[in-house]
Design a protein around this ligand. Structure first.
Ligand SMILES: Nc1ncnc2c1ncn2[C@@H]1O[C@H](COP(=O)(O)O)[C@@H](O)[C@H]1OP(=O)(O)O
Ligand SMILES: [Mg+2]
Ligand SMILES: [Mg+2]
Ligand SMILES: [Mg+2]
Length: 355
């Protein structure tokens, strides 16, 4: 049975759209000291923090009882060394929150010219993302900028939001400011939002006008073998790309892989640009985070695809902030997925040094 979730969907699309407008405008203004390196060596920018502040502010107003598992936290911004960064983040978040309402938005969501927030309110909003997750109840999960490295390069990144209920992803929304609206026309207009409610299909709308445009339903087409290619990370530290080459050979895939940062890969898969999402761990013990896969997985499933790990098991969103021990991620259309899983397992058996 499909849950209705019409209100959640509307709010989530509006929140993601605002955050996309914010992050694309930040990109054009970003200066060097506005990016810092986190303890895990990954970058975080004023864009990540301010986008999390905006989305969490909206969620707190609309669904005050729902906890949020968000990637960022405000600890560094509460220390004196973070004050310059903090002030910039507050300014950006408030500019975004106080922007004029567009069709589909409501002032009671905490948006519009009268809704400016104090420093403490916005830092607390960021920290509302510190929920530990778990297997029961409702929770949102947010990646305010997924693919920060892609964002910094001016390439693909995504604003990613999902609603998880009793460990099942029920709603996913992904905003891709730099993704071409039509995958077959890469130099055409850019900026799309993808969304899916479980049981209701997967859709794409333009970022510029998500509420008054008729949504386009997306689904994974049956692609002939010679048209399959792999969608994979840009960053070698994130996934074992040499393994992907062996899998491609095993599958008889001759097309070059498409390298793309962020969950934009799941969006590309969902609308048939590509065919296989493949992410094999690099052996560093990194655990995948729920916000990096929750919206993408429901989107692909609603587009007619299958998402599993390399054992063929579904991803478990009920273990906390991470997906637990990392067995990688395989996504593909229903017809292709069994072949990819078999190829992955064959390469694991035959090239254990790669697996
Ligand atoms: N060592 C790592 N291994 C795997 N994924 C990582 C690692 N470090 C960061 N990530 C996250 O991987 C995702 C990017 O994946 P991809 O390589 O598919 O673009 C991002 O969510 C990124 O976080 P972030 O959201 O901070 O950018
Ligand atoms: Mg990050
Ligand atoms: Mg991410
Ligand atoms: Mg991120």
């Amino acid at each position: 049975m499909s849950l209705n979730l019409a209100a959640e969907k509307q709010v989530a699309i509006a929140a993601v759209r605002r955050a996309c407008v914010l992050t694309s405008s930040v990109f054009n203004k970003l200066v060097k000291n506005e990016t810092v390196t986190k303890d895990d060596k990954s970058p975080v920018t004023v864009g990540d923090y301010s986008a999390q502040a905006v989305v969490n502010t909206i969620l707190s107003r609309t669904f005050p009882d729902d906890p949020i598992v968000g990637e960022e936290d405000a600890t560094d911004l509460r220390q004196e060394s973070g004050f310059a960064l903090r002030d910039r983040i507050i300014q950006l978040a408030n500019e975004c929150i106080t922007g004029e309402l567009v069709p589909g938005e409501k002032e009671e969501w905490g948006l519009g010219p009268n809704q400016s927030q104090s420093v403490d309110e916005l830092l607390d909003a960021i920290d509302r993302g510190n929920y530990d997750g778990g297997s029961t109840g409702r929770m949102w999960t947010l990646d305010p900028i997924d693919g920060t490295k892609g964002f910094l390069r001016g390439e693909q990144y995504a604003v990613c939001l999902a609603l998880i209920i009793n460990a099942r992803v029920e709603l996913g929304v992904i905003g891709c400011p730099n993704l071409p609206v039509n995958g077959a026309n890469p130099s055409g207009p850019r900026g799309c939002i993808f969304y899916a409610v479980r049981g209701q299909g997967a859709f794409q709308v333009p970022l510029a006008d998500p509420f008054t445009t008729t949504p386009t339903r997306v689904s994974i087409p049956v692609l002939p073998g010679d048209q399959l290619n792999l969608l994979e990370s840009v960053e070698k530290a994130h996934a074992k790309l040499s393994f992907n080459e062996l899998v491609a050979r095993e599958l008889g895939v001759t097309r070059a892989p498409t390298r793309m940062d962020s969950q934009a890969k799941y969006c590309a898969l969902a609308r048939g640009d590509g065919g296989v999402y493949l992410r094999i761990p690099t052996g560093t013990g990194y655990k995948e985070k729920i916000w990096d896969h929750a919206p993408g997985s429901v989107l692909v499933e609603e587009a007619g695809g299958i998402i599993t790990d390399s054992r063929g098991q579904p991803l478990n969103f009920g273990l906390g902030r991470t997906l637990g021990e990392n067995y990688g991620v395989i996504g593909a259309g229903k017809d292709v997925h069994p072949r990819v899983l078999a190829a992955v397992q064959k390469v694991q058996r035959e090239s254990p040094e790669e697996a």
